[in-house]
Ligand binder design. Structure first.
Ligand SMILES: [Zn+2]
Length: 382
């Protein structure tokens, strides 16, 4: 009772002090117990903060170290090699006050795909470590040489497709060295990964995402939940990507084969920067943060996604040519329908491109250059 009485007096005396009133009438014994109580409260308060901080450790990604409660931007330095000088891959690391998983958000694996890059910049500015449980690693632009030199598909130093060289090599070509550092610093340190793409500079593409099944039930199930909660209208169900961890090729595949649930996003087209694509990536990212309980709230699902269970990418059979698309992204096409054609430089027909089944155009090349083995159209079937 004495303790409670003193707490009441303590609170009322604090109020009185705040009001600059001096009418306090306490005995010396009461003042001593009151001081001890204040110390006890302070210790409990500081202790509770310390416990919540201990729950999160600092994290170092490349040159960046973020302590709990910090958001730090900087670079992963990719050492120079036989074909180039060093490359600085820009990242932001957000270390939440509270414990939770580590989510990697990657953009710019293809350097001419801009909505993911712009979405990551916005997201890095908006996310507050105080309200995050866990850690977020944002890779703003993974393929820096391609971004700066504005190349479609390929890295300008070694002409390799950056999303076919993972997990990379420490002493490889430029693409392989960057991939090696991203695997080590980002993929190996995360628990979940979202690889954000869009139609490259030559691709007329509708918004969709890839859910890749790898045959590990737990990883597959969690990836499926990421796919559903990112909430794009179309989910492409992939089952035939390589299971070779040494030669995993793709960013998301590298994460998946290392036991980290992952999906790949496609939102944007033709080198554009449309708000609707940036917003779709932002909204999906926030949904994933909520789904993983890294920020407060429930994912907002605006529609039920449609699943594409089968798809075909038709590639060019000719060394060089001019490609003419006939249909556009999102068009429904019939089996055998002509969707595009390829000519030589002189206008002579080289290859007719027909839909293999009734389906939807997920993307189609919409600019003329076409070389051997490159995709001309991707059609999916529900
Ligand atoms: Zn891409």
């Amino acid at each position: 009772m004495l303790f409670l009485k003193l707490i009441v007096k303590l609170i009322s005396s604090q109020k009185i002090i705040c009001k600059f009133t001096t009418h306090i009438n306490l005995t010396n014994k009461e003042i001593l117990i009151m001081k001890l109580s204040k110390k006890l409260f302070s210790l409990i308060f500081i202790g509770s903060i310390s416990i919540s901080c201990i729950a999160q450790n600092p994290i170092t990604v490349g040159e960046v170290t973020a302590k709990p409660g910090e958001k730090i931007s900087g670079y992963i330095i990719v050492p120079a090699g036989r074909d180039s000088d060093i490359v600085k891959v820009p990242i932001t690391v957000i270390n939440g006050i509270k414990a939770g998983p580590t989510l990697a958000l990657v953009a710019g694996v293809h350097g001419y795909e801009y909505p993911p890059v712009l979405a990551m910049t916005k997201l890095s500015q908006q996310l507050d470590p105080v309200s995050i449980s866990g850690k977020v690693i944002i890779v703003h632009v993974a393929n820096v040489p391609s971004f700066l030199k504005r190349t479609v598909y390929y890295n300008p130093y070694d002409w390799k497709n950056f999303n076919r060289v993972f997990p990379g090599k420490i002493d490889g070509t430029n693409s392989e060295r960057i991939a090696f550092q991203i695997t080590k610093e980002v993929i190996d340190q995360c628990d979940y990964l979202i690889d954000n793409h869009c139609g490259d500079g030559n691709e007329d593409l509708m918004q969709y995402l890839y859910y890749t099944e790898i045959g590990n039930p737990e990883v597959d199930n969690r990836s499926k939940q990421l796919a559903i909660n990112f909430n794009l209208k179309v989910i492409v169900h992939e089952t035939n990507r390589t299971k070779d961890v040494i030669n995993s090729l793709y960013v998301s595949n590298t994460a998946l084969l290392r036991g980290k649930p992952a999906i790949s996003i496609e939102a944007g087209k033709l080198g554009g920067t449309a708000e609707e694509d940036i917003n779709a990536i932002m909204k999906g990212s926030y949904n994933i943060l909520k789904h993983l309980k890294m920020i407060a709230g429930e994912p907002k699902l605006d529609f039920q996604s449609v699943w594409v269970q089968e798809f075909k990418i038709i590639t060019s059979e000719h060394e060089a040519g001019l490609y003419y698309p006939i249909v556009s992204r999102g068009d429904h096409v019939q089996k055998g329908e002509l969707v595009g054609y390829l000519t030589d430089y002189f206008g002579n027909n080289l290859q007719e491109v027909k839909s293999p089944f009734d389906g939807i155009v997920l993307y189609i090349i919409a600019t003329p250059p076409m070389s051997y083995g490159e995709p001309m159209v991707m059609i999916g079937r529900f």
